[in-house]
Design a protein around this ligand. Structure first.
Ligand code: SAH
Ligand code: SF4
Length: 352
């Protein structure tokens, strides 16, 4: 079975013609798939039955995700869903609706790319659950479409996308890129490339490959430490990717794409938040035009803690004094375990 939600527009043209139908039917099919979001073949009312039948005979299907559980934060700005795919896989995906500028409301979907994660970062709930599987492109796309369907009923739409859910996007490169192409293609979902951010733990060959894709997407590298000794304690799989090499890779990405890389830094109490570490980070990043986004640690089971607010601000000030652009991330959804690093399938226990 091949899910129509993994078929790129050019492939759809070829497919429709191969099945003996005029090419323009591919456009109709794509339009129906991405603007009406059908859940089964028989929902494709604009498409002639003969073409629908031919697609089914050729092994095509519309796989649909099922919403198993929904949690909405008290302020209504964050929605977390537990989705189940046909193979019984369960993943989480989050919608964040928050904007400083009220005239430009944002609806950002945070997508997962893997079930669990093989990178094992010690402070990350997903990393601690181990690795189960790579998601397929259609499973990534369906997270966005699911929210698009919900938003459409309210006259709203998805405006931004961050690959910051469960898993490491560059460790599932081909399926992740296929999903990005489907979500940004003007004949498919049509989201602006600039509205997409991919966050990586720092897989250098993947960063270089991404720079060559001819895509205008933003890249964030999760750094968490200014030196290798500390970084390896937090990201045990960091071995082959030194801090120095990551900074070089970020420079290459900027040179090729013209898009500046953001360094994410999860601030963990008494682990990587001292003034000494901040000064070292400022030294390492100085002169790079780098932007650092501090993420005060969200609680997970690992026994790590969030630093006091004044420590976070002191850390930020040291970077700014060192001429490094630095912001503190506004966290959304902590109380519903939807914030960074808290995505895990612990809801499974509750619903079983
Ligand atoms: N695997 C990718 C993307 C998913 S994680 C990556 O690591 O970048 C998205 C972001 O959340 C990363 O910057 C990650 O370091 C951060 N994160 C993970 N656990 C966290 C936690 N408990 N508190 C705060 N940030 C966390
Ligand atoms: Fe994986 Fe990112 Fe979590 Fe590390 S922080 S374990 S790379 S999801």
């Amino acid at each position: 079975m091949i899910d129509l939600y993994r078929v790129l527009p050019e492939e759809m043209d070829d497919l429709v013609v191969k099945l003996g139908h005029p090419r323009y039917r591919a456009g109709q099919l794509l339009h129906a798939l991405y603007h009406e979001s059908p859940r089964k073949m028989s929902d494709l009312h604009q498409i002639p039955t003969s073409l629908r039948d031919a697609l089914v005979t050729a092994g095509y299907t519309i796989g649909s995700e099922n919403e198993v559980h929904r949690v909405v934060s008290e302020d209504g700005h964050t929605t977390k869903l537990l989705l189940k795919f046909d193979d019984q896989t369960l993943i989480e995906t989050v919608l964040m609706q928050y904007s400083k500028d009220k005239s430009h409301p944002r609806s950002t979907v945070c997508v997962s790319t893997q079930v669990g994660c093989p990178m094992g970062c010690v402070f990350c709930a997903t990393g601690q659950m181990g690795f189960e599987k790579n998601l397929k492109a259609e499973e990534i796309v369906s997270q966005v479409l699911h929210f698009a369907r919900i938003l459409r009923q309210r006259g709203e739409h998805v405006t931004n996308l961050v690959f910051m859910g469960m898993g490491e996007p560059l460790a599932n490169y081909d399926e992740m890129i296929r999903a990005v192409r489907l979500l940004t293609h003007p004949r498919a979902f049509g989201l602006g490339q600039r509205s997409i951010t991919i966050s990586t733990v720092g897989i250098i060959p993947g960063i270089d490959k991404l720079a060559d894709e001819d895509l205008q997407i933003k890249l964030a590298i999760s750094l968490h430490a200014p030196n290798d000794e500390l970084r390896k304690k937090l990201v045990p799989t960091a071995g082959p990717h030194s801090v120095g090499d990551l900074i070089m890779a970020a420079k290459r990405y900027f040179k090729k794409t013209g898009r500046r890389v953001t360094f994410e830094y999860a601030l963990i109490d008494d682990i990587n938040d001292s003034t000494k570490v901040a000064s070292e980070l400022a030294r390492v990043l100085k002169g790079n035009g780098a932007h650092v986004n501090l993420i005060p640690m969200n609680p997970t089971a690992g026994g790590f803690h969030r630093p006091a607010r004044k420590k976070v601000l002191a850390f930020q000030q040291i970077l700014r004094n060192g001429d490094v652009n630095c912001t503190v991330r506004v966290e959304k959804g902590v109380e519903i375990s939807a914030a960074c690093g808290q995505l895990r399938t612990d809801m499974i226990e509750k619903i079983n």
